[in-house]
Design a binder for this molecule. Structure first.
Ligand SMILES: O=c1[nH]cc([C@@H]2O[C@H](COP(=O)(O)O)[C@@H](O)[C@H]2O)c(=O)[nH]1
Ligand SMILES: [Mg+2]
Length: 229
């Protein structure tokens, strides 16, 4: 059922980092003055998208009287204070260090822009130095379409040297759009959703994913032919 892999690509927001909680705070700060509530019913559809697509979708759904660039500015203003508080999620450091120690190439494919990436990771430099490549779909010129399209994962795979086959790549994702993207790129996808997301919003993708887990702490590398802990 599970195929042996040689390479691993991690999503970032909500998978490596607790930044989905931080996005919820930042987006709610933008929506609140207009009397609107940014809840899971909207968030579930935008997680993983490029920043402009996520802003566009939120503006449309909540009928916010702002442009995409105004939304982006309001988000950008909150980056230093909110995203600099980002933390690694449980089980993440142990798994990534383990893979690195066994020379398994590890990359990142995130919907984030470079500016947001810097705010989220500058206090965690040693950890993020373990990944190569790191593809920031929000700004990367080669990534035409963000998640749920496969472009980001395909570009990340092609930046490993030597380039693996998609069937040898394992992806870790928290969001439906990310699971879609990884499966569309013909990779195996482990889905680990946010622990507070209502299950009805992730059920379809939890079933579609190669494997569904509640926490990275529950991952057994041997299932995919990776070295045992
Ligand atoms: O509440 C939100 N969650 C997530 C996003 C978007 O989804 C991406 C999540 O990235 P990742 O692919 O690393 O999960 C973020 O960078 C951002 O563009 C957002 O705008 N708002
Ligand atoms: Mg994510």
């Amino acid at each position: 059922m599970f195929k042996k892999v040689t390479h691993v690509i991690f999503d970032m927001d909500g998978l490596l980092l607790n930044t989905e909680d931080l996005y919820t705070i930042a987006f709610q700060n933008i929506c609140k003055p207009y009397g609107k509530v940014f809840d899971w019913s909207i968030k579930i559809n935008i997680m993983g998208m490029k920043p402009d697509s996520a802003a566009h979708h939120t503006i449309e759904k909540l009928s916010l009287p702002v442009t995409v660039s105004q939304f982006a500015e309001m988000l950008s203003a909150q980056l230093p204070s909110i995203f600099s508080q980002s933390k690694l999620l449980p089980g993440v450091e142990k798994l990534v260090k383990h893979l690195k120690q066994h020379n398994i190439p590890v990359g990142i494919c995130t919907g984030s822009s470079e500016k947001a990436y810097m705010a989220k990771t500058s206090h965690l430099k040693d950890f993020f130095a373990m990944f190569n490549p790191i593809v920031l779909c929000g700004d990367d010129k080669e990534v035409i379409n963000g998640k749920p399209h496969p472009d980001g994962y395909e570009v990340t795979m092609k930046r490993f040297q030597p380039i693996p086959d998609a069937s040898e790549v394992l992806v870790f994702e928290d969001a439906p759009n990310g699971v879609e993207a990884a499966l569309a790129a013909n990779m195996q996808a482990v889905m680990i959703p946010h622990d507070k997301v209502p299950f009805e919003y992730v059920k379809k993708h939890a079933e579609k994913a190669t494997l569904y887990l509640k926490s990275m702490e529950d991952f057994n590398p041997e299932l995919f032919g990776l070295p045992a802990f």
